[in-house]
Design a binder for this molecule. Structure first.
Ligand code: DMJ
Length: 666
């Protein structure tokens, strides 16, 4: 995977960030602050004269030498410096080579792309991006026609994000969520401004400085106060959306320089406007300390489900005899472990990892687990097994925590997680994967009573995360081609990747089968002997309308991300542009059926009718996940490479660390 080229590729485009650090200034600063002065010529006037001559030479190369197209620009400066093509004198000069390698421009890829996106976005009618002509000749000159299409589509996603944010900012800033139709805010997540935090790193990745300043400004001013005065929150939701969002913002704004930056290169963190990284870290630590009550007050390794932030107390869930969802207690570890890493305090990671260590020893059904856990007994509760709601991200984090903690390398400490993941995926294939009739779509069903004979062909949209997860597990985030060529894929990896592709198709068809082009919350798949009729998606010519059954109560769409998340991962891994095309269709359907003209997007009641009732709610994950994954799907593959970043279940990217678990937890 190419890790560097964005900086160079887009250097000539309008970009405030980059202009602030011109190449000349970097060179001058580097010359006078580095080895040239100290080691070579520090005490002599001759040294200064030589440095001056060198500068003049560089100036000549930068400004007088035309590039191949006859223009003089920053790219030609980079060429002349040997930045990517290399120049003859550069090749001949080991000193300059060394100089360049240590003093080249910092890499800021997504922001660079934004200069381009802004121009595309403002060059035409934003309601019809597909048809727009790119009028700016230099953009057209330097990109293939196919790439131009994706640049415009990515710009359309940026516009959608701005529309969503503007609705929230205007009517609901400081509330958890926007009610876009009634134009007000609601607090469904404890009153901690969840949308502002969930959206923040998406704005950073898109390079939307205004939004970063607005969201970051609110966070800096208000969030600590909310933590100390607000009431009850859910441990899981607060961890994945708020703690994850703060930690990702900390890294992406330049806080954690011990790990790769946004493009996987050493110094490639984005330099964001808004608060300093330490602001996010301080808030993350404060929140982590309060959430720790869920672990500290539970009598077992399984944390309580709810926390009162202001009181630093925790208690079991109200229903289900106080049980926590299995996915909730096993979807905290990426965030708590990274919090330990960046604060240097092992307590967070230790408490969260204890959950997995405990579950390791519990009985399972071929690696599959029931969807509830009781924090009093520390055991599973009930027999219901599914990869949809309450079960899903258990399987996701087995893999991702293993990846995050260096299991890809020689992280022996977390090898058991990979073992649990592999066993569970074998169980999924054996017990849950089936084919629909008449057209053979592969789907993942459920075992509501834990027994094989009670198999239910029901699949939540939530299960669609699995396609991307299987692909990630198969290649560990590397492109399929590279993994194959290096003999890296086992027979099982190949099977997992094949299943990932089949499931991605099924998830796409869950959208494609309806008249709106949007998927229902839940789909049933027709199996042998099922003669249910009249429950298709309202699209008479849909290829799979016989296979997919949508029941009346399951027809809503909450703007969920799981399918576009998997399309993003599969596109990165396979390079097959079919996944991008599918993502574009889904994006257009969101635009057509969920956009509210005054700002924001709304969940809808029924994907099988053209003019559905709007539920008047914009979930935070539409900004945190859905639009982020679409943006990344349409963008360059060297931004947030999967071999360097692991996305938490709310799409907040956290860096993969290589030092292994023990060094952080000890
Ligand atoms: C998100 O909050 C997370 O992705 C979670 O794991 C599952 N549900 C929503 C999005 O659908």
């Amino acid at each position: 995977m190419a890790l560097l080229p964005s900086t160079n590729r887009d250097l000539q485009y309008d970009n405030a960030k980059l202009r602030r650090r011109s190449a000349i200034r970097v060179v001058v600063r580097a010359l006078f602050s580095s080895g040239v002065r100290r080691r070579c010529c520090s005490s002599c006037g001759l040294g200064q004269l030589l440095a001056l001559l060198m500068l003049m030479g560089l100036g000549y190369l930068a400004f007088l030498q035309p590039d191949q197209s006859g223009h003089t620009n920053n790219k030609s400066l980079l060429r002349n410096l040997g930045g990517y093509n290399g120049h003859r004198w550069m090749k001949d000069s080991p000193f300059l080579k060394k100089f360049w390698s240590t003093h080249r421009l910092p890499n800021l890829p997504p922001k660079l792309r934004l200069g381009l996106l802004r121009q595309v976005s403002s060059s035409g009618n934003s309601s019809n991006h597909q048809e727009n002509e790119v009028k700016l000749p230099f953009i057209a000159e330097r990109n293939s026609p196919e790439e131009l299409v994706w640049i415009k589509r990515q710009a359309a996603v940026v516009d959608a994000f701005k529309h969503a944010w503007n609705g929230y900012k205007q009517f609901a800033l400081g509330f958890d969520e926007l009610q876009p139709v009634s134009r007000r805010g609601i607090n469904g997540l404890g009153g901690i401004g969840a949308t502002a935090i969930d959206a923040l790193d998406t704005a950073m990745i898109m390079g939307l400085d205004d939004v970063v300043e607005e969201a970051g400004g609110w966070i800096e001013k208000e969030l600590a106060n909310r933590f100390s005065h607000q009431g009850q929150v859910n441990l899981f939701e607060t961890t994945i959306r708020v703690l994850g969002g703060l930690l990702s913002a900390y890294h992406l704004s330049g806080g954690d320089t011990s790990v790769p930056g946004i493009d996987g290169s050493k110094n490639g963190v984005a330099l964001s406007p808004g608060p300093k990284p330490e602001v996010y870290l301080k808030l993350a630590k404060d929140l982590g300390d309060r959430l720790m009550a869920a672990f500290e007050t539970s009598p077992s390794a399984i944390p309580f489900s709810d926390v009162v932030l202001s009181a630093r107390s925790a208690h079991p869930a109200a229903g289900e005899r106080g049980a926590s969802s299995t996915s909730e207690v096993t979807t905290l570890q990426l965030e708590f472990w990274y919090l330990s890493k960046v604060t240097g305090d092992p307590k967070y990671g230790k408490a969260a990892m204890r959950v997995f260590e405990h579950i390791k020893g519990l009985p399972k059904l071929e690696g599959l687990v029931p969807i509830y856990m009781n924090p009093h007994s520390g055991t599973f509760q009930g027999n219901n097994i599914r990869l949809g709601s309450r079960g899903d991200s258990y399987y996701e984090y087995l893999l991702k925590v293993w990846i995050q903690q260096g299991g890809v390398g020689d992280g022996q400490d977390v090898q058991y997680l990979r073992g649990m993941y592999d066993e569970a995926m074998a169980g999924v294939k054996h017990l849950l994967v089936a084919k629909s009739v008449p057209n053979g779509l592969t789907f993942v069903g459920e075992l509501p009573s834990g027994r094989n004979e009670d198999f239910s062909p029901k699949m939540d949209h939530l299960v669609c995360f699995l396609a991307g997860n299987l692909a990630l597990g198969a290649t560990r985030g590397f492109p399929e081609k590279d993994a194959k060529e290096s003999g890296f894929l086992s027979e099982k990896d190949v099977q997992d990747l094949a299943l990932a592709k089949e499931l991605a198709r099924t998830c796409y068809e869950m959208y494609n089968v309806t008249i709106t082009g949007l998927a229902p919350e839940i789909a049933y798949f027709r199996t042998e002997g099922d003669h249910t009729e009249g429950m298709d998606g309202g699209k008479p010519d849909a290829q799979y309308k016989e296979d997919i059954i949508i029941k009346p109560l399951d027809r809503h769409n909450l703007l969920r991300p799981e399918t576009v998340e998997s399309l993003f991962v599969l596109y990165r891994i396979t390079g097959d542009s079919m996944y991008r095309e599918w993502g574009w269709k889904i994006f257009q359907a969101f635009e057509a059926h969920t956009k509210i003209s005054t700002g924001g997007y709304s969940s809808i009641d029924d994907v099988t009718v053209a003019n559905s009732y709007k539920r008047d709610k914009m979930e935070t994950f539409f900004l945190g996940e859905t639009l982020k994954y679409l943006f990344l799907l349409f963008g360059e593959d060297d931004v947030l490479p999967l071999s360097y970043f692991v996305f938490n279940t709310e799409a907040h990217p956290l860096p993969i660390t290589w030092e292994g678990a023990n060094s952080v937890l000890s």
